[in-house]
Design a protein around this ligand. Structure first.
Ligand SMILES: Cc1cc2nc3c(=O)[nH]c(=O)nc-3n(C[C@H](O)[C@H](O)[C@H](O)COP(=O)(O)O)c2cc1C
Length: 217
């Protein structure tokens, strides 16, 4: 059994998305101690920023006409698609940045989508595959909060992962991770602690389920 894990936090130390995703991974490992984990860290080891354009243009010429850059980009897209298609379960850990999706995660999705097996309009190669998305935000975005509706990342990620790729997706959302960092949020300490406990409980539950779910026939 193989777990594919993608991290998009731009930091390693103190990363909430990595910590919460670690709980999902631990539960999966507990069920599959001999399983392998394939890691793709687009946050600290970003993909080449010119790969996407080269992969798009590579698809418009015959393989023998491709430039070296197009050959490299197409090969990278194939590797990324192989990582996804070859895994039994998928785990994504992606923070909110500037009210939008992480540029590194977006770039990864864009490059994956250039691969013929993953291109939109084709029968989804990942349909029914179990997956967990862990997403974390510094602030709060729930109903009635000043920034309600400002998280433009989570709906887009759900659209790609659940609707387009047709993954069997569960989502863990952790909020208020900037409490303790931004003094203006100090009065929200208790709320932040409660939300963190809830996110960790949900991550463990989704991790156990991720380990037992199978691709729907
Ligand atoms: C450059 C940058 C932009 C951010 N933009 C937002 C934002 O728009 N909204 C928000 O709630 N938090 C924002 N944050 C806070 C992060 O979402 C938060 O620190 C989160 O925990 C980061 O993930 P990590 O802990 O896994 O590194 C931003 C953080 C950084 C570094």
């Amino acid at each position: 059994m193989t777990l594919f894990r993608l991290d998009a936090s731009i930091r390693s130390d103190g990363s909430h998305s990595r910590q919460v995703a670690d709980l999902v991974e631990q539960e999966w490992r507990a069920v599959h101690p001999d399983g392998g984990v394939v890691r793709r860290d687009v946050g600290t080891a970003p993909l080449p920023s010119d790969a996407w354009a080269a992969a798009v243009s590579a698809a418009q010429v015959s393989p023998e006409e491709r430039t070296p850059a197009q050959v490299r980009a197409a090969a990278l897209a194939t590797l990324l698609a192989d990582e996804l298609i070859g895994a039994d379960a998928l785990l994504f850990a992606v923070p909110l940045y500037n009210y939008g999706v992480s540029q590194h995660f977006k770039g990864w999705v864009d490059l994956v989508a250039t691969e013929p097996r993953m291109s939109p309009g084709r029968e989804p190669a990942l349909a029914g595959k179990p997956a967990v998305l862990v997403t974390v935000r510094g602030g709060a975005y729930g109903p009635g909060t000043p920034r309600e509706g400002w998280d433009h990342a989570t709906p887009w990620m759900r659209r790609i992962l659940a609707d387009l790729w047709q993954l069997d997706l569960r989502v863990v959302e952790a909020e208020l991770t900037l409490v303790g960092v931004n003094p203006a949020l100090d009065e929200l300490r208790d709320l932040a602690a409660r939300k963190r406990r809830e996110a960790e409980d949900l991550a463990r539950a989704h991790g156990r389920e991720l380990a037992s779910r199978r691709v729907a026939a």
